[in-house]
Design a protein around this ligand. Structure first.
Ligand SMILES: NC(=O)c1ccc[n+]([C@@H]2O[C@H](COP(=O)([O-])OP(=O)(O)OC[C@H]3O[C@@H](n4cnc5c(N)ncnc54)[C@H](OP(=O)(O)O)[C@@H]3O)[C@@H](O)[C@H]2O)c1
Length: 183
C-alpha cells in the first residue's frame, strides 16, 4: 500500500505564529483581499485532499465556525483527552489518539491518499516523524510578538526543497516547500 501523502497549508505571522496565545485567529481575517476572488490557492489545495488530520486545538476553533468547514472530507481529530465529539458534529469526524506513524498507517489502509495536516502541535509531531511531504506556508505581513508557533523542536534538521514563492498584492507571501528525506 503506497503511503498517503501528507500536506500542510497554513497562514502564519511573519514571526512564526499561527494563532494568538489564546488561540484567536482574528488577525488572519483582518487583511484586505485586493485581488478579486482571491483565495490564495486554498480551494485548489482543499479539493486535492480526501482526508483532514486536525489537532484538538484546531478542531475546537473549527467547530465554533457557523458552518462545519470540512464538509465532504474524512476528518480525523487527534486528541488524547477528548472522548466524544459535540453532539451536533457526531458522525462528521473520528477521534484518534496514536503516534503520527500509526495514524498514517491506519488511514492508508483505509484507502486515504492525500491528507491535509493542520494545527501547530499536530504539524510539529508529523514533521518530527518524517511524515510531511510538502508545506504551503503563507506569511502575513504582521508581527504578533507571541502566540502558538507553527514550528517547534526537532530531533534533527529537516531539509526543504523550495518549490515556489508567490507574492500577493495585499502583502501575503506564499512559499511551497517539499520536505526532503533525511540523508
Ligand atoms: N494560522 C492558521 O492558518 C491556522 C491553521 C490551523 C490552526 N490554527 C490555530 O492554531 C491553534 C491550534 O494549534 P495548536 O498548536 O494548539 O495545535 P493542534 O495541533 O491544533 O492541537 C494540539 C492538540 O492535538 C492533539 N494531538 C496532536 N497530536 C496528537 C497525537 N499524535 N495523538 C493524540 N493527540 C494529538 C493533542 O490534544 P489533547 O491535548 O487533547 O491530547 C494536542 O494538545 C488554534 O487556535 C487554531 O485556530 C491556525
Amino acid at each position: 500500500m503506497g503511503k498517503m501523502r501528507c500536506s500542510v497549508f497554513i497562514g502564519v505571522s511573519l514571526d512564526g505564529f499561527i494563532a494568538r496565545a489564546n488561540g484567536e485567529i482574528d488577525w488572519l481575517d483582518s487583511f484586505e483581499v485586493v485581488e478579486p476572488q482571491q483565495d490564495f490557492g486554498y480551494k485548489e489545495f482543499y479539493s486535492s485532499v480526501d482526508t483532514l488530520i486536525v489537532g484538538r486545538g484546531t478542531f475546537e476553533v473549527a467547530s465554533r465556525f457557523k458552518a462545519w468547514p470540512y464538509e465532504g472530507k474524512r476528518v480525523v481529530v487527534l486528541s488524547s483527552g477528548m472522548d466524544a465529539l459535540p453532539p451536533e458534529l457526531s458522525g462528521k469526524a473520528e477521534i484518534m489518539s496514536a503516534a503520527p506513524t500509526d495514524v498514517v498507517r491506519t488511514l492508508d489502509e483505509r484507502g486515504a491518499r492525500h491528507a491535509y495536516v493542520d494545527g501547530g502541535r499536530t504539524i510539529q509531531g508529523f514533521l518530527r516523524a518524517g511524515l510531511i511531504d510538502d508545506m504551503t506556508i503563507t506569511r502575513l505581513p504582521i508581527l504578533l510578538g507571541a502566540g502558538l508557533p507553527l514550528f517547534g523542536s526537532l530531533d534533527r534538521d529537516v531539509r526543504l526543497d523550495h518549490i515556489q514563492t508567490r507574492a500577493y498584492k495585499n502583502g501575503f507571501v506564499q512559499s511551497k516547500y517539499g520536505v526532503l528525506l533525511p540523508s
